[in-house]
Design a protein around this ligand. Structure first.
Ligand code: ADP
Ligand code: MG
Length: 278
């Protein structure tokens, strides 16, 4: 609790904020949570004391100006920061009752259950089929008809099947940007994850593809818990249940999206969502 109090100490209305957090959390199950999370690159503190709980089968949007630590935070949620030299983490990240950074946690299992899709679509230079089958095949599924089933199922969930079913063995690189991004989502889904981390998944896409991704997120939340970084305020308002506003490495406000966008408690949040800075 001490960390939560600290988290909100900058707010003019900290009591109301703390109350809101407990109200909005009432009766909800959480997919994962962080408690007092700090991330450093060498001596530089990139994020400070972040405590957030992500509702199961909900969409949580992370918003805030560039450089405020959204990607750093998101990457820490499935140990992608392990790949960055000099990067150090303090605090806890609890998934299914275990801290994902504890020796008890297996990094491959963590990344299998907590899948990630990046800003730029990054399909492998392989066929559409092999992009999706790659993960499951590496995790030991060798049976061809089982792989076929996973590929079809994942592409259907990613709303891409109808567009690619007749060209599964063509190169993924020949797809449009929007299709490539849905392929990357299918590739993450093929691992049968529980949580999906999306870092600005539509920022490089045209409005039609962006619309498809947003629609898809609405469908996916039935089966997955989704945490999405976006710079598009309308998008955050349309697709998310909860929103966290990041500013200079801290979360200054977290609550239900409707409240954040209609009646933010924090002045910085209000300025940001109304386009006055950032
Ligand atoms: P955002 O996603 O909100 O734009 P980032 O998480 O990318 O913010 O960056 C937060 C801060 O951490 C920035 O000051 C950025 O320069 C720094 N940073 C991000 N990645 C690295 C890295 N690999 N090495 C050193 N500093 C980094
Ligand atoms: Mg980023």
């Amino acid at each position: 609790m001490a960390t939560q109090t600290m988290m909100y100490k900058k707010s003019n209305n900290s009591k109301r904020m703390a109350q809101l957090k407990s109200v909005s959390n009432q009766g909800k199950e959480f997919a994962m949570e962080t408690e007092g999370l700090y991330v450093y690159y060498g001596k530089k503190e990139a994020i400070k004391n972040i405590s957030l709980s992500f509702p199961k089968n909900g969409v949580t949007a992370l918003i805030g100006p560039s450089g405020c630590g959204k990607s750093t935070y998101l990457r820490s949620l499935n140990r992608m920061n392990d790949e960055i030299e000099n990067c150090r983490i303090e605090g806890s990240i609890i998934y299914k009752g275990v801290d994902i950074n504890s020796p008890m946690a297996n990094v491959f299992e963590v990344r299998k259950q907590i899948g990630m899709v990046f800003q730029r679509p990054n399909p492998f230079a392989k066929s559409i089929y092999r992009n999706v089958a790659y993960g499951p095949a590496h995790h030991g599924i060798k049976n061809k008809s089982k792989l076929d089933e996973i590929v079809e199922d994942s592409l259907r969930k990613a709303a891409l099947w109808d567009e690619v079913k007749d060209k599964l063995h063509q190169s993924a690189l020949a797809l449009s940007g929007g299709q490539q991004q849905r392929l990357c989502i299918a590739r993450a889904l093929a691992m049968n994850p529980d949580v999906l981390l999306l870092d600005e998944p539509a920022s490089a896409l045209d409005p039609v593809s962006t619309g498809k991704i947003e629609e898809l997120i609405g469908e996916l939340k039935k089966d997955y818990s989704i945490i999405i970084v976006t710079h598009n305020m309308q998008q955050a308002a349309r697709i998310s249940d909860n929103t966290a506003f990041f500013y200079m490495g801290e979360v200054v406000e977290y609550g239900e999206t409707e409240q954040i966008f209609t009646n933010p408690y924090n002045e910085q949040t209000e300025n940001y969502i109304s386009g006055n800075f950032g």
